[in-house]
Structures are given as structure tokens and as C-alpha cells.
Design a binder for this molecule. Sequence first.
Ligand code: RAM
Length: 340
Amino acid sequence: MKFQNRRLAALASVALVATLGLTACGGDNTSASAKDGKTSVTFLPKNLGNPYFDTSDAGGKKAVGEFGGTYSEVGPDTATPDSQVPFINTAAQQGVGALVVSANDAKAICDALNEARDAGTKVVTFDSDTDPECRDLFINQATAEGIAKTEVDQIAEQIGDSGEVAILSAAANATNQNAWIDLMKKDLADNHPNIKLVDVVYGDDDDQTSFDKTAALLQSHPDLKGIISPTTVGIAAAARYLSTSDAKGKVALTGLGTPNQMREYVKDGTVTSFALWNPGDLGYLAAYAAQALANGDITGKAGDTFEAGDLGSFTVEDGGTVLLGDPFVFDKSNIDDFDF
Ligand code: RAM
């Protein structure tokens, strides 16, 4: 419960950041390393133009502003395995204090990250991890088990715990989605014998591809009862497709989405409920972790503790991870309380 209170308090600040138009857009200059002892932090999302990362990186920008560092955001247009490599190389050449990365692939960016680390840049992954030996810390939004169970529980409830379901995911190599999918498969097999997972398709965190994959799923599986989309891009595109199709209200849709993208589909009855954490808090926490590493306050070993501004104190867990909190379920009773 402590987390929920803290989380809700921080939501207001994220909304304020958005209102003030401070959403990250890649325009800031990154200075060379820690000028005047202040940490320069570069955020590198899976791709630009994804509202989820606009919000998470705005949280990071707010934190960097609080500790007087230098913030920038760079990133590729497409969420492909090695599209982030040139941005990592550039950040390393610039000597930034820390890189905060959501990985499109657990391995493809490893060499570049380790070269950056050898050159003195601290590497924090957030949202989607790399192999642990390629980063100093991973900031985890919620446990993978908790995220998977929340999604399976919702679809089971919405389809009466029986029938065919499919998953519309992000990029095929995304570390985070793949971990959640594996755990969803296990949960379905162990606890929901009457639900059959008939397909897993990939929309690449691209709106049009996700929209087209939704249409194809309905075409190939005429008995489909539900879709789980563990990506904010996928669920929004699927909801848009369903909302004007005959399947609206017949094929359930849940997964992970942002309230602002999903509001109209919850209100028009396309979607009953979906989940997420606060991406702004995630970016905010990642930036404070990056600063603690760059300052030498922590090394990223289990038991290290650091302060993360309004979010309070956090402790590094085994495997070099820091946990933000629990996933949160949105439905028509609460969706208007959120603005991100
Ligand atoms: C998309 C991205 C991101 C994921 C969310 C839920 O925005 O794939 O990595 O965490 O969805």
C-alpha cells in the first residue's frame, strides 16, 4: 500500500510535467561528462514516438532537473534489435555520465553498452532489460510474475475462463514482453485449462502493423474470444480496430496500456480493463539510479540503497535490479483519475 500512495502522489507530478509541455522530444544537447560534478543522463527508449516512452522519459527529465544534471533523449524510429547501437556509440563518445536504456533485444546492444561502460558511462536499463552483464542496474516496473498474472486474470474474468485467446505483442525480441509471455503461457497451462492460446503475433510496437495484425488474428481465428496485448502500442491499435468492427464487445481485449490512449475504448465498451504502472515514475526512478551510480554513491550490488526524490528510498535486489512496485488495473471506475 505504501507504494500505491507514493505512486498516486507522483502521478500528479507527471501530469504537471505533461501540462507544462515538458515532454521529452530529443532536442536537448548532451554535454560531455558530469560538468561541474553534475551528471549528464541520456535516455534511449525502444523507439521514439511512443507515448509510453514520452511519459517515462519526461519523468526522467524531471528527476535530472531536480538534481541539477543534464538531460537528453535520443532513439531510433523503429524498435528493431540493433537500431539502438549507433545512439549508444554516440553517447559513449560524448562521455555522458549515464545511459538509461529500454532494450529492444537482450543481446544485440550488449557489446556497444559494454564499450560505453569501459569508457566510463554508467548503464541503467529500465522497462526492458539486457543480459545482466551488459548493464549496471535494471529498473524493473513490476515483477514479471505479477504483470503476467494480472493480464491472465483479466482475460480469464472477461471471457468466463474459457475459449480461444491470442497475444498481440511488441517486437519479437523484446526482453520484457517475452518474459511476460512465457509466464502467461505457464499460468494459462497451470491454472486455466479451458483457455486455449491459439496464436502469438508481433506488431513491433508500430501502430499500423499492430492494427493489421489484429485484423489478421480475427480473420484466422473466427472463434477467438480474447486478445491480450502486453504493449501500449499494440493494445491501443487493437482497441481502435475492434471499436469499429463486428467483434466489438464480442472479442475481449486486455493487456498493458496508458489511460490516455485507452480512455475512449473503455468508455465506448470495447475494453473492460487493462493494466500498467506509472511510466513517469519508472523514468524518474531510473534517472535517480543513474545519478547514484555516476556519483559513485552505489555500485549496483545487492543491498545498495539510494534516494529517488519524491519516490523515497530504494534498495538494489539480487541480480542488480530495483523494483518500482505493483501493476495497477484501470477500468471505467478509475480511468478519469489518471492523465498519462
Ligand atoms: C510499450 C513498450 C514498452 C512496454 C509497454 C507496456 O510501450 O513495448 O516496452 O513496457 O508497451
